[in-house]
Design a protein around this ligand. Structure first.
Ligand code: CUA
Length: 156
């Protein structure tokens, strides 16, 4: 059984909003949110990811990527998609329940506390319409190595 959560990722690229965010940053002087950090990261790492092929398989125009969760890592650890693609992540666990969240990457109506149980993969779909580098993490405590369980999403 596949649990389907089909939602469009909220990516706000409207210039007015960006100006608003930037002005907030200037005023507050605090660290930026996920989107801005991600944009910077992909700029810094452009050469590192440019030559790499996208992960997974294109099926009917959707990039489908299967991710397996284990104590205490994700396989593959790095997933790469092309900007503009519709992406479907199918996350399954091979041992105990795990969770999944892409930090700084808002998925509407997706509860990051969702438990992914063995035999019940989680499916998430979104539009990769902004380039960047994000960290994805396990959100359900799964043992002593839980906090080290993370991977990288690259939209290039
Ligand atoms: Cu896997 Cu926490």
């Amino acid at each position: 059984m596949v649990k389907r959560i089909k939602k469009v990722k909220k990516m706000n690229t409207r210039p007015i909003t960006m100006l608003f965010l930037l002005s907030l940053l200037l005023v507050a002087g605090c660290s930026p949110g996920g989107q801005l950090e991600a944009q910077k990261l992909v700029d810094y790492n452009a050469a590192k990811y440019d030559g790499l092929e996208a992960t997974g398989t294109l099926i009917d125009g959707v990039r489908v990527i299967e991710i397996k969760a284990y104590q205490f890592y994700f396989e593959p650890t790095t997933i790469i998609v092309n900007k503009g693609e519709r992406v479907r992540l199918i996350i399954s666990t091979e041992d105990v329940p795990h969770g999944f969240e892409i930090e700084g990457f808002a998925l509407e109506d997706y509860d990051i506390d969702t438990r992914i149980r063995p035999g019940f993969p989680l499916e998430i779909e979104f539009d990769a319409d902004e380039s960047g580098v994000w960290t994805f993490i396990c959100t359900i405590y799964c043992g002593f190595g839980h906090s080290t369980m993370r991977g990288t999403l690259v939209v290039k």
